[in-house]
Design a protein around this ligand. Structure first.
Ligand SMILES: [Zn+2]
Length: 132
């Protein structure tokens, strides 16, 4: 129980997430503007205007490799902000255990506890049947 995020810590993480989102969006915006592609230039305007919208959805399909990583990070952040808004932030999406605040501080977008994340990254192999 004591390991879950307090309200204060959650507010702090939310601020971090929102600031990081703004950084990423302005970087994405700049790269779209600087491209010589009219479609990207149009998109840049929409990225700029959609402060409250799911920007990641907007950009998901354009297949611009240079900003792909940033777009997927924005997507992670937006999902974390949604989980914050709905009160399920800091709860593992696989086993529903509280994610320790130490992990959330290091990875504010974490949606799994460490054990589930490691299982996820190992390719979802179910052979070992971890008992956690
Ligand atoms: Zn878990």
């Amino acid at each position: 129980m004591t390991a879950s995020a307090s309200v204060q810590e959650t507010v702090l993480l939310k601020t971090q997430l929102e600031q990081r989102r703004i950084e990423l969006l302005s970087s994405i915006h700049r790269q779209l503007v600087e491209s010589d592609n009219q479609t990207y230039n149009d998109l840049a305007g929409r990225v700029h205007d959609s402060a409250e919208e799911a920007v990641a959805d907007l950009l998901a399909d354009i297949g611009l490799a240079d900003i792909d990583r940033e777009v997927s990070e924005v997507s992670d952040i937006e999902q974390a902000l949604i989980r914050l808004a709905t009160g399920v932030y800091g709860v593992c999406i696989d086993c529903e255990a509280d994610i320790p605040i130490e992990r959330l501080s290091a990875y504010p977008t974490a949606k799994r506890c460490l054990a589930c994340q490691q299982r996820h990254e190992s390719g979802g192999q179910t052979g070992s049947h971890p008992s956690l």
